[in-house]
Design a protein around this ligand. Structure first.
Ligand SMILES: CC(C)(COP(=O)(O)OP(=O)(O)OC[C@H]1O[C@@H](n2cnc3c(N)ncnc32)[C@H](O)[C@@H]1OP(=O)(O)O)[C@@H](O)C(=O)NCCC(=O)NCCSC(=O)/C=C1/CC=CC=CO1
Length: 259
């Protein structure tokens, strides 16, 4: 059904694998439309409780815009960003389910933006991120200027964006750009551990928390308290909250259904 991604759904866990290895999974229009379409499938499938995004193989997660297609496609940057990049990035942020980035290799340009849009990033120690836009005379896009200052502050963002230097996973972990750097042989067990946790977690609560946190960087305390109140009221009536509270009182493990 898809030509540039592999898409699987198993035991409540969906996985999107970018699959254009000959160009390090560079972002073609088709690839971006397919990622966005697969995320819409994840959104509408109540059985799916967590999404993993990764690249095929061990070299690259994503090399950013497919430069050949970008140059030859005849579309302006404005058109491409609006039509392909921005909907893809927003679909990750707006998905009310956790998204894990399995950073299997380099993530550069808009590939870096794609990784940063995810909720949790687990990387191999060999993986690196780079805002190398500046090296081809461009500036960060696809949401990078939104994510970076919030994650690592303005001074670090300016340095990384104006030089495009590589940030390997260990440094990225230290400065708070990713969650965890692990040896390559531990990447799958680390990602599986997280995915299995989320697959049995109270998905409704996690989705509401994600939606509210998305607002926190541009809202004041009163607005955040209002959003907390509105969403907590909805969660308080939910199956999983009733189950979680009952399980605590009955001294047993909760059986969360994600609703
Ligand atoms: C740093 C690299 C990603 C990897 O370097 P290296 O390990 O030395 O590997 P290479 O030999 O260079 O690459 C392997 C093959 O993949 C092809 N390739 C790699 N990246 C791309 C790409 N982005 N587009 C097309 N093809 C790519 C590469 O040509 C090799 O193919 P052959 O074996 O046939 O030669 C390095 O490859 C690199 O710097 N890549 C370019 C990174 C880049 O500049 N990305 C785009 C940034 S801009 C952006 O992401 C977003 C936009 C959005 C909208 C509008 C306009 C522009 O950009």
């Amino acid at each position: 059904m898809y030509e540039s991604i592999l898409f699987s759904k198993t035991n409540g866990i969906a996985k999107i694998t970018l699959n254009r290895p000959q160009v390090y999974h560079a972002l073609s229009a088709v690839l971006m439309l397919e990622i966005t379409a697969a995320i819409a499938e994840v959104a509408s499938d109540d059985q799916i409780r967590v999404l993993i995004i990764t690249g095929e193989g061990d070299k690259a997660f994503c090399s950013g815009a497919d430069l050949k297609q970008t140059l030859e496609g005849g579309e302006s940057a404005d058109q491409m960003l609006k039509a392909y990049y921005e909907p893809m990035i927003r679909s990750i942020r707006e998905l009310p389910k956790p998204v894990i980035c399995r950073l299997n290799g380099l993530a550069v340009g808009a590939g870096c933006s794609l990784a940063l849009a995810c909720d949790i990033i687990v990387a191999t120690e060999e993986a690196y991120l780079s805002l190398l836009f500046v090296q081809i005379g461009l500036m960060p896009d696809a949401g990078a200027t939104y994510f970076l200052p919030r994650l690592i502050g303005m001074a670090r963002t300016f340095e990384l964006a104006s030089t495009g230097r590589k940030i390997f996973a260990k440094e990225a972990e230290q400065i708070g750009l990713i969650n965890k750097a692990v040896p390559a042989e531990e990447l799958d067990s680390e990602v599986d551990k997280l995915a299995n946790y989320y697959q049995t977690a109270p998905t409704l609560a996690i989705g509401a928390m994600k939606k509210v946190l998305n607002e926190s960087s541009h809202s004041d305390l009163a607005r955040m308290q209002e959003l907390e109140r509105i969403n907590q009221q909805i969660l308080f009536e939910s199956h999983d909250a009733r189950e979680g509270i009952s399980a605590f009182l009955e001294k047993r493990k909760p059986d969360f259904q994600g609703k």
